[in-house]
Design a protein around this ligand. Structure first.
Ligand SMILES: [Zn+2]
Length: 315
């Protein structure tokens, strides 16, 4: 069956212009702003693929929406298999939000299984204006981890605000107001990351990661990625791949290998044993984790703190 979802590829530039207008009028919104209660109306049910996107969406939607993530915290989004309850969740959604670019394409199949093919579907990373995509693992593919650049996460925010405003037009101004306030916080986060990375000597800013989740982060904040342990999660590298990576680690003098909480550490432990590098295995990218990593902002602060601490310790 060939079923297509109505795609909401909205133009964030329009939102940004309106948002700037609101800001100029002093409508800051956010925690201290006008309460945005759905006066008697039902909340907009939003279903998304990852806890990271759920948090970003919650910041834009506030109490006007109910958002759930299909993939729980500490579970890999790349290799996720939806359960029957997830199909029911998708069927009940008023709007669906995914990343796209191969991260969470299983949602398309779930939508068909849920007969939810008429539900608006937002693809956060697809054809996002102002984004310069980097190559992914396969020929012609693109790396999906755009949100690891806070600048690009802000483009997600604009797209979410526009999408919510379209399905719930009565509250479009509320969504925009919240998006503006949230983006101001993300601006602070972005500035903080730059300050933190600046404390690491340039020569020490070289890393190896478990999966290829950091290229946008690295490009934005001036880190160099020497290699990745696996091409994509769930796919074991060949002995030749690993041997080449070990050689690259030695050649570049990489002293720290970073992995993420939801992945096994066997492979990175092996790399560390071969090269004498140390392993930092508790980063988060594709999903939130245990406290304190319970928001997108907390995830970024956690990762940057761990990266900077490990790289500053490099002799
Ligand atoms: Zn990933």
């Amino acid at each position: 069956m060939l079923a297509r979802c109505r795609s909401l590829l909205l133009r964030p530039t329009t939102v940004a212009i309106v948002a700037v207008g609101l800001l100029a009028l002093g409508c800051r919104g956010g925690e201290g702003g006008t309460p945005t209660h759905a006066a008697g109306g039902a909340r907009v049910v939003v279903v998304t693929t990852s806890t990271v996107f759920a948090d970003i969406i919650a910041n834009v939607g506030g109490d006007l929406i109910d958002v759930t993530s299909l993939v729980p915290s500490n579970v890999d989004v790349h290799t996720f298999s939806p359960r029957p309850a997830d199909v029911r969740g998708v069927a009940a959604a008023r709007v669906l939000v995914m990343n796209g670019l191969g991260l969470d394409d299983w949602l398309q199949k779930t939508i068909e299984n849920a007969s939810a093919t008429g539900t608006p579907l937002v693809k956060l990373a697809v054809e996002l204006p102002g984004v310069d995509l980097l190559p992914g693992e396969g020929p012609g593919s693109q790396n999906p981890h755009l949100w690891m650049s806070v600048q690009y996460a802000e483009a997600y925010v604009d797209r979410i605000a526009a999408a919510l405003g379209q399905v719930d037009a009565a509250h479009a101004a509320d969504y925009l107001k919240r998006a503006v306030a949230y983006r101001l916080r993300l601006d602070d986060l972005d500035a903080w990351i730059r300050e933190q990375v600046a404390t690491v000597p340039v020569a020490a800013r070289r890393i190896v990661t478990f999966h290829d989740a950091f290229p946008y982060f690295a490009r934005e904040y001036g880190i160099s990625i020497v290699g990745v342990a696996v091409g994509s999660p769930g796919q074991d590298p060949s002995a030749g791949d690993t041997a080449r990576l070990i050689e690259a680690i030695r050649r570049a003098g990489v002293r720290v290998i970073f992995s993420e909480r939801q992945f096994p550490t066997r492979l990175v432990d092996e790399l560390a044993a071969e090269t004498g590098a140390t392993v930092v295995a508790d980063l988060y990218v594709d999903g939130l984790g245990d406290p304190p990593v319970t928001s997108y902002e907390a995830l970024m602060r956690w990762d940057v703190d761990a990266l900077v601490r490990a790289l500053r310790a490099v002799p």
